[in-house]
Design a protein around this ligand. Sequence first.
Ligand SMILES: Nc1ncnc2c1ncn2[C@@H]1O[C@H](COP(=O)(O)OP(=O)(O)OP(=O)(O)O)[C@@H](O)[C@H]1O
Length: 286
Amino acid sequence: MNSLLYIEHLEKRIDEFHLGPINLEIEPGTITALVGNNGSGKSTFLKLIMNLAKPEKGNIKVNNIFTHGENEDWKNSVAYLPQTVLGWDAFTGNTLKELIKALYPNWDEELFLKMVNLFEIPLNKKFSKLSQGVQQKLNLALTLPRNAPLLLLDEPTYFMDIPSKKILMDLIVDWMEPGDRSIIIASHQIDDIRKLSDYLFVLHNGKFLGHFEKEELIENYARYWITSSLEDATIPGVVLQEGNVIISNRISETENYLESQNIKWNKRNTLELDDIITLLLTQNKQ
Ligand SMILES: Nc1ncnc2c1ncn2[C@@H]1O[C@H](COP(=O)(O)OP(=O)(O)OP(=O)(O)O)[C@@H](O)[C@H]1O
């Protein structure tokens, strides 16, 4: 097996909250958007991968090494950007760079300097004196150059201005260029999800709703404007009906049924990805 990340039967409880069970494999060369409602367990899931939280059940392997075993070599294969970092406030960017560089044998100084330059990060200021957006940029500049094949990003663009988001997208595309790397990016930013991801990994209140190939997911949904009376018809595949507009995620079943019942429609379109995510997270009928 050649997966960068392998997860089976993963479950975690925090008080009333229950995450999982989750099964997931991440192949090299892919970007997966980790999507879910607030409190659905995205950050917890990334912490579990990093062995910063202990699961009740299940196994996690990074580059074929169990993350909760004696062998900690897996840590060289993963770079993690948490939502918030603790303990950095008193240090300048320069000092943080030296501390982190020493831990990562594949550190890419050229990429670090490029990111500092593109994001205009002042390296001589203490972390606590930087705005939240600049802190986020510095954090990214201290994460991507670790050159680990698996990159875990928890809301990396939350505080960033629009041009910086664009710069990061280009950096990520370049970073993926070698073809043997993968990213999991937890995000509520629809642009990040739409432009970057190959797959969507969807959580709802801790429940795993699916690991979808993005284009396939988009192709699976359609909206129809019905011109005949629908009355109380239960139409196969329909996940939402508002008046005479229906949305289906099993298009051929729906169309066959409409045809067999002589129910006419005069317009059909595809859904935007944010509409599909909203349906997944609110209907939860999948
Ligand atoms: N340290 C903790 N102590 C108590 N509860 C926690 C802790 N960390 C997470 N939780 C709970 O676990 C659940 C999942 O939280 P988590 O932060 O993983 O969600 P999330 O999907 O990342 O949310 P958001 O989109 O708001 O960032 C929540 O119900 C949260 O309250």
